[in-house]
Design a binder for this molecule. Sequence first.
Ligand code: 13P
Length: 249
Amino acid sequence: MARKKIIAGNWKMNMTPSEAVELVNTLKPLVATEESDVVFCVPAIDLIPVLEACKGSNIQVGAENMYFEEKGAFTGEISPNMLTDIGVKYVIIGHSERREYFAETDETVNKKVLKAFEHGITPIICCGETLTQREQGVTMDFIRQQVKIAFLNVTADQAKTAVIAYEPIWAIGTGKTATTAQAQEVCAGIRQCIKEIYDEATADAIRIQYGGSVNAATAPELFAQPDIDGGLVGGAALKPDFGKIVNYK
Ligand code: 13P
């Protein structure tokens, strides 16, 4: 089965609402394609203006985080039903920056993944090793643990629709892209892990992205790999270059 590529921008903490609308208007014609799914994951305050600006285009809009409760005394958090109410379709969960700076754990990632599915939001679940882990040869052990806990109690039907983003931490924002071989090897390992948890059909259906210093020059080779179904793009998603990444062929 041919998996449709999914190319997502993670804007991180960039772009005020007015800058966001300007960026969408710049990128809209550059990312117009039906060949791949195109997603802009934007800061919470930008979601409504970006959704409005993307109307009538092929761009889908995602959040960068959400909480795992519907409502209540959780100051500063955003709930899944707040996201669906405005038309958000995707949410990034467990980005390494959230794990590092905001104390997210494999367990909170799992709670958020379950909640996203409950509300019909597609989670983009992030995993990835540190440089020390890679150098010590425990990359796959570490990622298998992240993946296995993230998917605890997730059904096969849900897992089939999920997106996993493999983002080696040492490659994020550093200009050091993993080699194509490194990225393919880990993405294949993640697919194997999904096959072990579920079955071949689930492993075949789930989409696995690579993220970490993806740019217009590296995207074509990365996205041509058999187990890499697109990318999660940081810095280059804020520039017209994102159009080239989306049209990588
Ligand atoms: P960069 O593309 O800026 O390295 O960021 C990658 C990333 O963290 C996407 O989620």
